[in-house]
Write a protein that binds this ligand. Sequence first.
Ligand SMILES: Nc1ncnc2c1ncn2[C@@H]1O[C@H](COP(=O)(O)OP(=O)(O)OP(=O)(O)O)[C@@H](O)[C@H]1O
Length: 389
Amino acid sequence: MASNIKVFIRVRPGKAAEGFQADPERGALSFKLPDTEPDYYVNNQKTAHNFQFDGVLGMQVKQEEVLETVARPVIQDVLNGVNGTIFAYGQTGSGKTFTITGGAEHYEDRGLIPRTLRMMFEAFRKGPAQYRMYISYLEIYQDSGYDLLRDDSVRNLQDLPKVQLREDEDGNMHLRNLSVNLAATEEDALNLLFLGDTNRVVAETPMNDASTRSHCLFIIWVDSTQEGSDVVRRSKLHLVDLAGSERVSQTGVNGKLLAEAKSINVSLHYLERVIVALHSRSKGNQVHVPYRDSMMTSVLRDSLGGNCRTTMVGCIAAEASNLPESMSTCRFAQRVAQITNTARVNEELDPNLLIARLKREVSELKREVQVARSSGEGEPEAFCFVAAG
Ligand SMILES: Nc1ncnc2c1ncn2[C@@H]1O[C@H](COP(=O)(O)OP(=O)(O)OP(=O)(O)O)[C@@H](O)[C@H]1O
């Protein structure tokens, strides 16, 4: 099924500037900003910029509503064997981590990851299929990948096992050295989330404020089998917290930090280039999509223009000083909304299930033969019809 990437904008609570207006009913946003043309200084004109999205989540919107609006449809598809991605994009401090992982202070501030885990395990209990969940947690920092789930004695980023990207003959990307951990219960899954978040924070240094400067991907793998079937459905859900998207010029950093900020911006710049290329492709142009230029875009290849149901949450802040960045997030979001993905159910014959079923059938047949022999039936007799009446 082909569908466009869904885009929601979430507005962080705060004092909204005069020039900002959100209309959640219509999914519309409006910014009135000084014109960037030089003659603005002469005539002091302000220009209105209007945007329309699949939904606008205003300042009052609670985490539960974000789950229902943004995540529930994606989760339902993942349970049916379709890949899903939900990614948060926006400047530092705009609410990406709050949306994806949640706030630590209050239980009701839990974000999409713990709520998704709960929703999935509830669905597992209801059936009708049998499900299995596995979890991976990847951090990408300066274009290198790190496994957040392999060790609980981490002191800095270099202690984390490095994850490599490998491309197979068919052009599919694989993450080597990324652990895939069975989560038999919701508690197991939450413990893995907790371990990954702890490693993320412990490995943080002043040079690497993990949440601000790295991209984090929480990956939930779901296998499901219908009773008696040899077919297994395999899907994955990426919940992605991207690094802060602000422009280098506005981060006010220098020296090493500047180099780092550039590297983060480079990877977001590659993301932007992928989006622009896909946008152009959607208009019928034959263009190369530069997925391979960064680890993040390579990992998200399926999510952007591929076999995946993808949703973006653009996070913005409405205070006057944040409006230019918020508007650039909306512009980016508008381009993302033009991208078409073609998601399909991922199912394959599982040889282990097939062998197990055939073994069961053979032993049942053997038993029947034995019963037939011991009751002296011998060879089955030919059918004979007796005419009624
Ligand atoms: N919708 C919200 N409701 C209440 N508090 C929020 C909301 N969004 C964000 N916050 C608060 O604002 C602060 C910044 O949010 P958060 O850390 O999620 O930003 P971020 O975009 O992830 O920034 P960074 O790029 O640094 O990771 C946090 O204290 C967070 O709890």
